[in-house]
Design a binder for this molecule. Sequence first.
Ligand code: SF4
Length: 130
Amino acid sequence: MKELVCIVCPNGCKIIIDDNGDILNAKCNRGIVFATEEATSPKRTVCSTVATTFSDFPVLPVRSSAEINKIDIPACMNALNNVLLDRRVGRGEIIIKDVLGSGVDIISTSSMQYTYCDVETPDDGSKDNA
Ligand code: SF4
C-alpha cells in the first residue's frame, strides 16, 4: 500500500494505492491520473538557476517548460550547473533546448534586459511622499 497527497488542486486529497494497484480516495479523475503517473513514472517541474558572465546579474532563475521524469532531475541539475550564460535574455527565452532529449526546454523566468541600475531616479532630490 502506498499513500500520497494529490497536488493537482488545493483539495489535497490523500490517495491510497493498495496492494492490488487500485487507487482509492481520489475525488476526481485528475487525481486518478496523478496517482497512476506517480506510481509508474513520477514527473516534476524543475526550478533552479544558471550562472551568467554578468556581474550585475550573476545568476538567472530558470525552470523547465514542462514536467520531466523525476529520475532525470539529477542529470538535469548537472546540465544546469554546466551553463555559463554570456548573453542577456528576456523572460521565457530558451536556455537549454530539449534538455536530456526529453522534449522539454529550460527557460528563463526573469528578464536580464533591465537591472535596478537602469531605473532612472529623479536628480532634483525630490522624494515621493505619497
Ligand atoms: S483527487 Fe481531484 S479533487 Fe482531489 S486533490 Fe486531486 S485533483 Fe483535487
